[in-house]
Design a protein around this ligand. Structure first.
Ligand code: NIG
Ligand code: FE
Length: 428
């Protein structure tokens, strides 16, 4: 008779437990659809980690919960907490008037060139106090948590001066201490050319390399460096210069690549060995091939195509069939204002023809890979963090199928129930 072990929390009777078990590597091709679901599933959690998962009778035979009753997930779906690997989490102000401008036919780049877009958010962010920046980030993290996200990547990039860029990165650290969501930070000083450097982008890149990056690295304010490599923003040559310097300083690399125009950002991502290249709306087949060969993950942001009212979306089916591993993210920013990964999964299915299983893999384990956290999160396996969402749905196909509402009922972060009945549990 095997001895019964204690657990801090048991989750039992899940009509579907999606484990995403498997290699801690980005999943591609048919592997992308293999979610490793267990019917009548159960999980045992201790000290914030998963200690066992399997079928309910087996788990109940091996584990007893120390206090209280196990969480009964009958009729529900249990999944790894969503990982959102591309957000602009900290900013001040909003840009709802640009929705009307877009409806009148103005393009994203026209709005940016006339002093709107990113530049408008830069003015508001520079003018905001530390408290205002923190308050905004906390509200967004709370909405993310309510929608099942337990880890996010957050970028700076609305300061474009050293002081405000650092304030943004510090606001993310403070916010992560006050909300049970992990935040992985990215320095995006190269998000736009600031007004002080208008017409002198190379001088601004020099400033980033000589002054800003060393300070960010010295104070350990970010793990990754990103750049908006785009026509009229930063060229491939400027992006290469910045990313190479960031790599020498020990940062991981990311790129906003081929979002609006084909600048060959995908090729650059492969060349510099980026962890991910994001957007890829206009990328060439050759660039995508090179990414695949270099092990760069493609992060798709269908919310951006949606908010930019683009007719077409990136060709995700082609990317899957060529074997490029894909992740999904919200791109949360004042132009694409959503905290909801379930909404992004719905867009990925309806607009890019990913299957629900592929989209869920892209929003969990592959998203974890895109921020270097695959050993800690993204799947429900012994040893991993107990970051879990319980959905009021019989199986994971409902995530895109039942769209536009929040199916997330319970969220567990580091083994603690932080959302119950769809509401934030009051902090003790
Ligand atoms: O990923 N394109 C650059 N950055 C964001 C948009 C930021 C903004 O419009 O404020 C993006 O789409
Ligand atoms: Fe972005």
């Amino acid at each position: 008779m095997p001895s019964v072990r204690t657990a801090d929390l048991l989750i039992v009777n899940a009509s579907e437990l999606v484990t995403m078990a498997g290699r801690r590597k980005p999943r591609a091709r048919e592997d992308l659809a293999n979610v490793h679901a267990i019917a009548e599933g159960a999980l045992a959690i201790r000290d914030g980690r998963i200690v066992a998962c399997g079928r309910t009778p087996d788990i109940l035979a091996r584990f007893a919960q120390k206090k209280g009753k196990p969480l009964d997930a009958a009729g529900k779906t249990v999944i790894p907490g969503f990982v959102d690997p591309h957000t602009h989490l900290v900013f001040a102000g909003t840009r709802e008037s640009e929705l009307v401008m877009k409806l009148e036919g103005k393009s994203y780049m026209e709005i940016l060139a006339s002093g709107g877009g990113i530049q408008r958010t830069v003015r508001a962010t520079r003018a905001a106090s530390d408290r205002e920046l923190l308050r905004g980030a906390l509200g967004r993290l709370e909405r993310m948590l309510l929608h099942g996200t337990t880890t996010v990547e957050g970028k700076s990039g609305y300061g474009l001066d050293l002081d405000t860029e650092m304030r943004m990165l510090i606001a993310m650290e403070m916010a992560a201490m006050r909300q049970p969501v992990d935040v992985v930070r990215t320095f995006l000083g190269a998000h736009a050319v600031p007004p002080e450097y208008q017409g002198r982008p190379d001088d601004y890149v020099d400033f980033l390399i000589r002054t800003a990056l060393p300070e960010v690295v010295r104070l350990k304010l970010a793990e990754f460096c990103d750049v908006f490599c785009e026509e009229g923003v930063f060229t491939v040559a400027q992006s290469r210069r910045l990313l190479s310097a960031a790599k020498r300083m020990g940062l991981g690399l990311k790129l906003h690549a081929d979002e609006i125009v084909r600048t060959r950002g995908a090729e650059l991502a492969a060349e510099v060995g980026a962890v991910s290249a994001d957007h890829l709306y206009r990328s060439s087949k050759e660039g995508l091939e090179r990414m695949k060969e270099a092990g760069v993950i493609g992060v798709l942001l269908p919310g951006t195509s949606f908010s930019l009212m683009q007719r077409d979306y990136p060709d995700a089916r082609m990317m899957v069939s060529m074997g490029l591993p894909l992740a999904l993210a919200t791109d949360l920013n004042p132009n694409c204002l959503t905290e909801s990964m379930p909404f992004i999964i719905a867009l990925a299915c309806y607009k890019m023809k990913l299957t629900p299983s592929e989209a869920l893999t892209a929003a969990t384990i592959n998203a974890a890979c895109a921020i270097g956290r695959q050993d800690e999160i993204g799947s429900l396996e012994p040893g991993k963090k107990a970051d879990i969402a319980v959905l009021d749905a019989p199986n994971h196909l409902h995530i895109p199928y039942h769209f536009g509402v929040n199916l997330v009922e319970t969220v567990i972060k580091d083994g603690q129930v932080v959302v119950r009945n769809g509401a934030r549990v009051a902090k003790v």
